[in-house]
Ligand binder design. Structure first.
Ligand code: ZN
Length: 576
């Protein structure tokens, strides 16, 4: 494909099962491979046969995954190219729906295999546990309900994405309006904030209606699968074997007790610096000293070379990995016409190398993003040699430890981008951001626990539950006069609609990353070594083991959170 920023990359290991030259976007060519695996499964007469069968299945999965990734990368790099879009949509619409039921049959064949329990336990227990859970949760009567759910989430995305306002004479999306909250002019900030809030409020009934339907559907899905409520069902579905709803409650309580005092302290300081009597919701994003934005670089080439310098100071092996990505053109980072917005890291699963996509424009946010995505990329590189496709990626709770740790560790050398004073300002912004996100994560998570354990609740009760959480975790901002906006604030959190319960992962991972960083303050080389060792494990071990390999405890209680918050607080004081 000529639309890709990189040239053809060889598979990490030569194919042994998937034929060379096969068109991976053509289902009639793919079906025989699934047939072959399916009919071979019962004939695996030894543990070695079964392991070989798993490796062949992995090879097929990786080839398909890479095909999908390449089509996605080509499309996001060239949104104005109709061929690229067509090719991606063909895969999503014509190939993926065929793959799903066939993959499920392979999973069933594996779980039902008589030799399954004879596989080496340490090596396969996580794979077996996850696959078994997926097979057990499957209910044919849920397939249609899940399609309905997907349609409703599309409605949510369409509605959210369609909202615009007229501001300063031009039509702007609500996302675009976010930047005005960083403007020093307070009246302008208020005007922009009110405009966005009111625009959303006008659609409040529609958002509520979509959500009512989603909750009902999800309860039915859980019931069909034999669960008392959707919360318990989704914990299984998300393979949360290593923590419980009670652990999440501990997280909420710990955030309230340990983090909220620091958030209030930071808000009080902000209020003083801004010389205001009270902070209003539109005063939370502006620089409290009215300074212009940080300017870490002009050209994307500078961003790459300065990031390279950071990794060289951090670790030779990581620096080597980042250099290789540059040599293989696995970075597409500049913002140009025709590129999709945002940033992501994707792995070419057969070549077993990572790719990073960004739209860098010269902001501190770009520096945070490149460090973050590089952390994911290092994770992908570290797991290259594992032949079990499923183990080359970890659960999100740990993937984000890889990336968030890299933000914190990389920030230690951020003078590569800044004068000493600006470097400290960048660090401060980053750490304040970490403190600020914990309460929001707790709010979003606790809200969903309430929703799905209170079946039959009314809209009014739901608002009340949300407002109680806003009282607990909302800090000291003064919302007087904006009660309705506050009560419906959750409408803007896409995860609540689209990826239910998927959010606390970021909080869990941040606790892991802060521990890696805390360790590095005491023992730089040791902490980095543990970090690298933990990445090599990929998804092959349960979460507590991945955390412990990285030198972190897999606990979300007060005792774990307290010293970390204390460290951030001290650091913030030192950076003043
Ligand atoms: Zn990430």
């Amino acid at each position: 494909m000529t639309l890709l920023p990189f040239k053809d990359l060889p598979a990490h290991k030569p194919r042994g099962f998937v034929p060379e030259g096969i068109d991976l976007g053509d289902w009639p060519q793919l079906a025989p491979l699934f047939d072959a695996l399916e009919s071979r499964a019962p004939k695996c007469g030894s543990v070695a046969d079964l392991e070989k069968w798993l490796v062949d299945w992995s090879e097929l999965e990786a080839a398909l995954d890479e095909e999908a990734s390449k089509r996605y990368i080509a499309m996001t790099c060239h949104t104005d190219n109709p061929e690229a879009e067509k090719s991606y949509l063909h895969f999503v619409e014509k190939v993926e729906p065929e793959l799903k039921p066939r993959k499920f049959r392979l999973q069933q064949a594996f779980i039902g295999h008589p030799l399954r329990d004879r596989l080496p336990k340490q090596r396969y227990e996580v794979f077996i546990r996850d696959t078994q859970s997926l097979v057990e949760l499957f209910r044919p009567e849920n397939v249609g309900l899940e399609t309905e759910e997907a349609k409703l989430t599309q409605q949510y995305q369409k509605l959210s994405g369609s909202l615009t306002v007229i501001f300063r004479g031009k039509e702007q999306t609500l996302v675009q309006m976010g930047r005005y909250l960083e403007e020093p002019d307070r009246a302008l900030r208020q005007e922009a904030w009110e405009l966005v809030g009111n625009r959303r409020l006008r659609e409040a009934d529609k958002f509520e209606e979509i959500f009512d339907k989603l909750v009902k559907l999800r309860q039915q899905i859980a019931k069909n699968a034999g669960f008392a409520n959707y919360r318990d069902y989704i914990f299984r579905k998300l393979c949360r074997f290593d923590y419980t709803p009670a652990d999440c409650t501990k997280f909420h309580d710990a955030v309230e007790k340990e983090v909220m005092p620091v958030v209030r302290e930071l808000q009080a300081e902000r209020r003083k610096q801004l010389k205001m009597e009270r902070l209003r919701p539109w005063d939370l994003a502006v620089d409290p000293l009215n300074r212009p934005p940080l300017k870490p670089f002009e050209q994307v080439g500078e961003m790459v070379s300065r990031t390279q310098t950071i990794f060289q100071q951090l670790d030779g092996e990581l620096a080597g990995g980042f250099q290789r990505m540059q040599d293989l053109c696995l970075l597409d980072l500049d913002n140009r016409k025709g590129k999709a917005p945002g940033g992501y890291q994707s792995t070419l699963a057969e070549a077993r190398v990572p790719f990073i996509f960004m739209n860098a424009i010269g902001l501190q946010r770009d520096v945070e993003t490149i460090l973050h995505e590089a952390g994911h990329a290092f994770h992908a590189l570290a797991t290259r040699d594992d032949d079990l496709y499923a183990y080359r990626s970890a659960p999100i709770e740990f993937c984000e430890v890889a990336s968030m740790s890299m933000e914190l560790l990389g920030n230690e050398f951020i003078e590569s981008f800044y004068s000493p004073a600006d470097a400290n300002r960048a660090r401060r912004t980053h750490l304040e951001g970490i403190m600020g996100i914990f309460p929001w994560i707790a709010t979003v998570d606790a809200f969903q626990h309430w929703i799905y354990t209170h079946p039959g609740h009314t809209r009014a009760e739901r608002s009340l539950a949300w407002l109680e959480l806003m009282d607990r975790f909302g800090g000291d901002a003064d919302w007087t006069g904006y009660d309705k906006t506050r009560a419906y604030l959750w409408h803007r959190q896409l995860h609540i609609f689209i990826h239910p319960f998927y959010y606390i992962e970021y909080g869990i991972a941040q606790l892991g990353a802060l521990q890696v960083w805390a360790n590095s303050k005491r023992d730089k080389a040791g902490a980095l070594n543990a970090y690298k060792q933990s990445l090599v494990l990929g998804g092959s071990r349960p979460l507590p083991e991945l955390f412990s390999a990285a030198g972190a405890r897999f606990e979300f209680d007060n005792a774990t959170m307290k010293p970390l918050v204390e460290l951030v607080r001290t650091e913030l004081k030192n950076l003043e």
